[in-house]
Ligand binder design. Structure first.
Ligand code: NAD
Length: 286
């Protein structure tokens, strides 16, 4: 049992990628809390994982986009898991929506629907904030880490897909957050990485879409996905990286190259200045 005695909080655990990950790791001894707005679905997964007789999984109801709901769910998870959370997997997410009203004859302005940003970006940042606050209160575990956070972004965080503007915006936000914050957290023995899959057969899209993708060899299997996750657990020190998961395996996706030497100098100078000048950031280390 590779993960005996270790614990995880998983958002989006009722379905798809969250469910694959929860099932894979619970079968290796990890105790998991499945946090989802689909509470019945999360309970079904927990029941399935607990069927051997001893409890390894619990369900809590949250809406990741609602801070109070997430805080309450996370607090419940800390208690259910005995006060310590080794891993937080921020997986909950939705696909793009028809966000922008298109009524050329209208005389008023309508509020857009920004749900993909609220859930995929803000929701994952709420989860990250809870995770990091909890990790800072915990002693290092047997692997030497206070905790590890993995956020599921997407290939749409690197490659712009014109038909999915808010989805791309939400996933790009997460890739940018992980590549910066993950490097800062290294000093605290906390890791933060993004798993960025291509296309997987889950409830996020239709069966037809996935059937066609499968025929074209475009699907990432749950086994490949779980293996990419697993590389980041235990003693692994990778942090601040976006891991691209493709049908034939996973690689670290490098960030954009500097256009020229000036750009590199400017970015590094801005980092140093901000680090020295920002008392809030400095205080957050202690
Ligand atoms: N399936 C893919 O092809 C693919 C590819 C790349 C990235 N992703 C990302 O993987 C993550 C999981 O998606 P999936 O494919 O497993 O889809 P899914 O629909 O099967 O699962 C998503 C889960 O998130 C939950 N969820 C959605 N909004 C929530 C909210 N506001 N609060 C709490 N829970 C919420 C849903 O109830 C569901 O259980 C998403 O972030 C998605 O963007 C999916």
């Amino acid at each position: 049992m590779a993960y005996a005695g270790e614990t995880a909080y998983i958002t989006g655990g009722a379905s798809g990628i969250g469910r694959f990950v929860a099932t894979a790791f619970a079968s290796k001894g990890m105790k998991v809390v499945l946090a989802d707005r689909n509470f019945e679905g999360a309970q079904d997964v927990a029941r399935e994982l607990n069927k051997e007789g001893h409890q390894v999984a619990w369900a809590v109801m949250i809406d990741v986009a609602d801070w109070e709901a997430q805080r309450a769910g996370f607090e419940a998870a800390v208690e259910l898991l005995g006060g310590r959370i080794d891993y937080v997997f921020a997986v909950a997410g939705i696909f793009d929506v028809a966000w922008l009203p298109n009524r050329p004859k209208a005389t008023t302005f309508e509020k857009p629907n920004l749900a993909p940003i609220d859930i995929n970006a803000t929701g994952a940042l709420y989860t990250s904030s809870l995770a990091i606050q909890q990790f800072r209160r915990q002693e290092a575990n047997k692997h030497g880490f206070h905790g590890k956070l993995v956020i599921v972004a997407s290939g749409a965080g690197f490659y712009m897909i014109p038909a999915m503007p808010l989805y791309c915006a939400s996933k790009t936000a997460i890739v940018g957050f992980v590549r910066s914050m993950g490097k800062l957290l290294a000093a605290e023995n906390i890791t933060l990485n993004a798993i960025c899959p291509g296309i997987m057969r889950t409830a996020i899209s239709t069966g037809d879409f996935h059937d066609t993708a499968e025929k074209r060899g475009l699907l990432v299997s749950p086994v490949t996905l779980v293996a990419a996750f697993e590389q980041l657990l235990g003693t692994d020190g990778t942090t601040g990286e976006a891991i691209e998961v493709m049908p034939d395996g996973a690689v670290i996706k490098e960030g954009a190259a500097y256009t020229n030497e000036d750009c590199r100098v400017r970015a590094e100078w801005a980092h140093q200045q901000t680090l020295q000048g920002n008392k809030v950031l400095a205080q957050s280390f202690h």
